[in-house]
Design a protein around this ligand. Structure first.
Ligand code: GRF
Length: 235
């Protein structure tokens, strides 16, 4: 049975589209499928897209801390993996605990820099540009009780150019996000990547460039091995 994925999104949902398109493939659809899209905002573009695809949607009741509402919605639908793709609210601790190692978040910068409460959307890219950093990128990480914390699974860098604006940098990062997130979701759904009992991430995932990467190489040798495998496979 494919892992039933819930996508939580507050905005446009371009990453939802990328994930859905990636999983909508004969082989990958056996690993996972988007079974639910939920949002704290009734006008989120992600919900509109989900409806066009016949994916179940829910607008969350986030009156208090949202714990019962979100937990109940997810629990009743046999959700195996939760993907935060532009979801602006903190996930209640009860949900984090119940889905330990089965919730991932996507962030449009290289964490742990430029993350945390209030760091979303153009604010992130504005802060990157103001800092003078020469690289930014996308991060996918397991979720804990804090914003943008939790063990990092995968990162992919993009350059920062002198004439960048927050919008141009956002567009560059976004292209990478659309490649990285689906591959990490697939790796978790198939058991190729998992969160170990020691809080470290184990396993390997396919990189945006087609090669393979260990989530946390044990050594330089293991990293070299991943590169060799990638080269052998033509990645
Ligand atoms: C992405 O940049 C993601 O990193 C951040 O929110 C954005 C969501 O964009 N958490 P979209 O709604 O998927 O287009």
């Amino acid at each position: 049975m494919p892992t039933r994925v819930a996508v939580l999104a507050s905005g446009a949902g371009s990453n939802l589209r990328a994930l859905h398109a990636y999983l909508d493939h004969a082989d990958r659809s056996r690993a996972a499928r988007v079974a639910l899209v939920a949002s704290d905002r009734a006008d989120a573009g992600a919900l509109d897209f989900a409806r066009t695809q016949g994916i179940e949607t829910r607008v969350l009741d986030v009156g208090d801390d949202g714990a019962e509402s979100l937990g109940t919605v997810l629990g009743q639908r046999d959700i195996g993996l939760i993907v935060l793709a532009g979801y602006l609210r903190l996930v209640p601790a009860e949900v984090v605990s119940e889905w330990h190692g089965r919730i991932v978040n996507l962030h449009p910068a290289l964490l742990p820099a430029f993350g945390g409460k209030g760091m979303y959307g153009e604010r992130v890219h504005h802060a990157v540009l103001a800092s003078g950093a020469r690289v930014s990128g996308a991060t996918v990480h397991f979720v804990d009780e804090h914003f943008d914390r939790g063990p990092i699974i995968a990162q992919w860098p993009v350059p920062v150019f002198a004439d960048d604006t927050p919008a141009t940098l956002a567009a560059r990062v976004s292209r990478v996000e659309h490649l990285l997130l689906p591959r990490v979701v697939e790796a978790i759904a198939t058991g190729r990547v998992r969160l170990g009992d020691d809080g470290r991430v184990r396993g390997a995932y396919q990189r945006p460039d087609g090669g393979w990467a260990f989530a946390l190489p044990a050594s330089e040798d293991e990293n070299a091995l991943a590169n060799e495998i990638s080269a052998a496979l033509g990645g």
